[in-house]
Design a protein around this ligand. Structure first.
Ligand SMILES: NC(=O)c1ccc[n+]([C@@H]2O[C@H](COP(=O)([O-])OP(=O)(O)OC[C@H]3O[C@@H](n4cnc5c(N)ncnc54)[C@H](OP(=O)(O)O)[C@@H]3O)[C@@H](O)[C@H]2O)c1
Length: 269
């Protein structure tokens, strides 16, 4: 059975650990995690995983090591773990904006590196994950990476240049959708629904719509048209949304996210 390591004990590590354990893909005794302080490790200890303050210990004990630290800490961490990275270690980065090349340059020549973008819904095994692999990743390694991420969500392999777009879509999208859900919930409250009923209705509608798109494979515009009866109530709502520029606002939000991702990448080169 695979052993999995995490460097960093923050939100992403906690979400992945929760998802992996609930999937049964890994047991707590096969998870190794290190972080900067004992305080940040406390949040992982509740899962019964192995913890330590030494990042090289994590790499030495793991087949797969996930680097889940902020992009600005990467140079320091890579310098630290480089001597421990052997030809069988798979190093997976989840940081926005840090390229595979910039990681490979700081690790031994044999290092097997992959880069993934994911979102925090991995904790309920409903994540959206996209990954790319570096020069030394063989087919068997790729299968392992794919199985690893598939246990916590929809997993697609893609070219690294497309990961930036994924950052702006699925990576940050939970925040966009929470904002929209909050607004819909407010609208329900304005019209007399309780907060709880309002939020649950809006959330289920969002979930149902997303599942309709994924399960039917149809274009969202086509599904939208089906809900809009001629002269009906929904097309009036759509007209209001179009007048308010919702479509362009969403596209601008993704642009802003991708732009920031490039800025972070430049800081790391
Ligand atoms: N949040 C998201 O939804 C999301 C989604 C996709 C990708 N990402 C990427 O995933 C990475 C982690 O994000 P996050 O949200 O989990 O960040 P976070 O909550 O801030 O966690 C970062 C962790 O790194 C630890 N750390 C800092 N310096 C360290 C060192 N020298 N050695 C070991 N650990 C160290 C921190 O410990 P202390 O707390 O003790 O400082 C903390 O536990 C980021 O690069 C981010 O771009 C995030």
């Amino acid at each position: 059975m695979t052993t999995v390591g995490f460097i960093g004990a923050g939100k992403v590590t906690q979400a992945l650990v929760k998802g992996l354990l609930s999937s049964g893909a890994v047991t707590p005794s096969r998870i190794y995690a290190s972080s900067k302080t004992e305080m940040s490790l406390q949040k992982l200890k509740v899962f019964g995983v192995n913890t330590c303050l030494d990042n090289t210990w994590t790499v030495k004990n793991s087949n797969i090591t996930v680097l889940a630290v902020k992009p600005l800490v990467y140079p320091k961490i890579l310098h630290e773990i480089a001597p421990a990275v052997g030809p069988n270690n798979l190093i997976i980065s989840v940081a926005a904006g840090v390229t595979i090349k910039s990681i490979e340059q700081r690790l031994p020549h044999h290092a097997k590196v992959a880069r993934a973008m994911l979102n925090t819904a991995v904790q309920i095994r409903d994540g959206a994950i996209c990954y790319s692999t570096g020069r030394n990743v063989a087919d068997a390694d790729q299968e392992l990476i794919h199985r690893f991420f598939s246990s916590v969500g929809l997993t697609l392999e893609g070219e690294e240049k497309h990961l930036d777009a994924v950052v702006g879509l699925s990576g940050s999208a939970p925040a966009y959708f929470y904002l929209i859900l909050e607004a819909l919930s407010d609208a329900g409250v304005r019209h007399g629904l309780s907060r709880d009923v309002s939020t649950r209705h809006a959330s289920q509608a969002m979930l149902g719509a997303a599942r309709m798109v994924l399960e039917s494979g149809r274009h969202p515009g086509e599904l939208k048209d089906e809900v809009c009866s001629p002269g009906g109530v929904t097309i009036d709502a759509i007209y209001s949304m179009e007048k308010a520029g919702v479509r362009a606002a969403m596209m601008d939000a993704v642009d802003a996210c991708i732009r920031r991702n490039y800025e972070l990448a430049r800081l790391n080169e």
